[in-house]
Design a binder for this molecule. Structure first.
Ligand SMILES: C[S@@+](CC[C@H](N)C(=O)[O-])C[C@H]1O[C@@H](n2cnc3c(N)ncnc32)[C@H](O)[C@@H]1O
Length: 239
């Protein structure tokens, strides 16, 4: 599916709406789509691709299918699941067990909103990327309609209230707690911080899923905090 296109966005949205019932289909599709986005900047065949916080490994597997040497680094055993990709490493993205410049592509999908200090997390991704290498980072920003994850859209009334409402309504323990494993990161400040860095250049800053105006949306202060939905940054490590 071509990015951007209305068909692609609708297909991803439908798969996402059935994520609980059909996780395999949802994440396989998402992984294919993200790998296409990476390959828009060059084939991954033969490249070292590091997937940071890759959960059960759908993205790592997709990069391998495309001929990359892809490695999964995931700190949470429960997220790794029963069948992680071969060679998966239990490791925190703040401190990757990799040499400087080891990766051609460093990839992180929907992890940044789960870390307290995104700039330090990003610095570690930059460190392990070779000069000239690509860095793919996407995250759901706080004021996105999905910012509150399982308790969305009630996060607009505050994290604690939304979480309590979710638990009351579903009778289930919420997966996320604001300030513990979900953090309120915003589009504007993130863009400013990334642009101020001397070690990367911003190749693209856009909404990950939007079918149109994906780049333009991220340029409009205020509106972008709601409308971007999920910010995708493609960065290149400076030589
Ligand atoms: C919403 S899941 C995303 C999984 C997968 N990347 C995807 O896009 O479907 C968030 C992941 O971030 C991981 N994570 C949280 N804190 C992390 C950290 N400090 N370093 C690396 N991964 C982290 C979690 O364990 C979890 O697997």
């Amino acid at each position: 599916m071509k990015d951007p296109s209305l068909r692609r966005s609708v297909t991803l949205f439908r798969a996402f709406m059935r994520e609980q019932q059909e996780p395999e289909r949802c994440y396989t599709l998402l992984a294919r789509d993200a790998a296409d986005q990476v390959e828009a900047y060059g084939p991954v065949k033969g490249q070292v691709v590091v997937d940071v916080g890759g959960g059960g490994g759908y993205f790592t597997e997709e990069f391998r299918r495309r001929g990359a040497q892809s490695f999964l680094f995931e700190p949470d055993l429960a997220e790794l699941g029963a069948k992680p990709p071969e060679g998966a490493v239990v490791a925190d993205g703040y401190l990757l067990p990799l040499a400087d410049g080891a990766a051609d592509v460093t990839f992180s999908s929907n992890v940044l909103e789960h870390v307290d200090d995104p700039q330090t997390f990003l610095s570690e991704m930059v460190r392990v990327t070779r000069p000239g290498g690509l860095i793919y980072v996407s995250f759901t920003n706080w004021y996105s309609p999905w910012g509150g994850h399982e308790w969305a859209p009630w996060h607009y009334l505050g994290g604690a209230r939304a979480r309590a409402r979710y638990e009351r309504r579903t009778g289930k323990a919420a997966k996320h707690t604001l300030g513990e494993n979900l953090f309120a990161h915003h589009v504007g400040p993130t863009l400013r911080q990334v642009r101020a860095r001397g070690d990367v250049s911003v190749v693209s800053a856009r909404s990950r899923y939007w079918p149109f105006l994906a780049g333009a949306i991220t340029k409009v202060p205020g509106v972008r905090e709601f409308a971007t939905w999920n910010l995708l940054l493609i960065l290149r490590r400076c030589p």
